[in-house]
Design a protein around this ligand. Sequence first.
Ligand code: GSF
Length: 203
Amino acid sequence: MKLIMTPTSPYARKVRIVLAEKRIEYEQVIDSPWDANSHVPDFNPLGMVPVLVLDDDHTLFDSRVIVEYLDTVSPVSQLIPKDSRQRLAVRRWEALADGISDAAAAIFVERKRPESQQSHEWIVRQDQKVFRGLEAMSEELGEKNWCTGEFFNLSDIAVGCALGYLDLRFPEIEWRKAHPVLARLADKLSQKPSFKDTVPPAS
Ligand code: GSF
C-alpha cells in the first residue's frame, strides 16, 4: 500500500505512527496538495493528504478512516478499543486533537494570504479553538498515564501529533508552560521510535 503524504502534515503523521506501531509495511509518496502539479486530486477528490492507496488501487481518506482501517489490518498493537464506550472515548479525543490541528492549519493558511486580505476575526476565532482545545485536553488528561487511562492508543497518537504541529507552526504558543500534564505526555510520546521517526521538519 502507498501513503500519499507531506512530511509536515499532522494527520499524515498520525497515520505514519499507526503504521509504525502496527508494523505495517508501506510506500511513502510525498506530494503536496498545494503544488500546482500535485497528483493528490487524482486519489482524493477533496485534494487533501493523507490518502492511503491499497494494493487493489482502492483509496482511503481521511486520516480517521485510514487509521480505523489500519487497526483491522494487523493484530499488532490494537490502537482502537473494541469496547464501544472506550472506542467512543478514543475517537472523541482524536476529534479534539485533529480539531486543534484544523484550527492551527487554518491560521497558518490565512497568514499566507496578503496582509490586506487576512481576516483578523477569522484568525482570532481559530486561535480561540486552539486555546480552548488545549485547556480541554489538559483537563481531561489530568494525572492519567495516557489520554484514556492505563493504555497507550490512538488518542495519545492524535494528541501527540496535534501538539507537535503546534510546535512546528506556532512555537510562540507556550503550551508546555500552560499545560504541564500535556508536556509530560508529549515527552513520554517523544521517546517512542514511531514519534522520533516522524518529527515534522521545519519548513
Ligand atoms: C484533514 C487533512 C488536511 O487538512 C484528515 O486527513 O484527517 N480531516 C483530514 N490535510 C491538509 C494538509 S496538512 O495540513 O495536513 C491538506 O491536504 N490541505 C490541502 C487542502 O486543500 O486543504
